[in-house]
Design a protein around this ligand. Structure first.
Ligand code: ZN
Length: 134
């Protein structure tokens, strides 16, 4: 793994939270993107070299809506940048982690992504992401 790519925060209302985090960071989000397959609207902020992703569920069955229902708003996942997501998936499965999507899928921000089940990572949802090469 190379570095933390971003930290994902689950929010109830993306528009309100974009305003809130704009005040916090002193800068606006640089993009908004809907990921239909995940049932989420996302926005991204850049703070120096770091990125924060806000996630809002677009329907009650969305993993984000369910997360908020259970645990409230807050930090949802930590995403790590990897060079080769397929080989990382194999490596982590061999180490005994539960990989949620064995075939990586298209995520926000032009990435291939997968997640590790928090049961296998001390309660932290981990996202792996690899830049999609153009
Ligand atoms: Zn993410």
């Amino acid at each position: 793994m190379n570095k933390i790519e971003h930290i994902g925060i689950a929010v109830k209302d993306l528009k309100n939270s974009n305003d809130l985090f704009k005040k916090l960071f002193g800068e606006s989000h640089y993009k908004i993107e809907e990921v239909v397959s995940e049932g989420v609207n996302t926005s991204f902020f850049k703070i120096g070299e770091n990125k924060i992703e806000l996630l809002e569920g677009t329907n009650p069955d969305s993993p984000i809506s369910k997360f908020i229902e259970k645990r409230g708003e807050g930090i949802h996942h930590i995403a790590f940048d990897v060079d080769d997501i397929e080989s990382e998936i194999k490596r982590l499965e061999n180490e005994g982690f539960t990989v949620l999507n064995k075939t990586p899928k298209q995520g926000a921000d032009n990435k291939l992504v997968t997640f590790l089940h928090p049961k296998s990572t001390n309660g932290v949802l981990i996202e792996l992401c690899q830049d999609i090469k153009k």
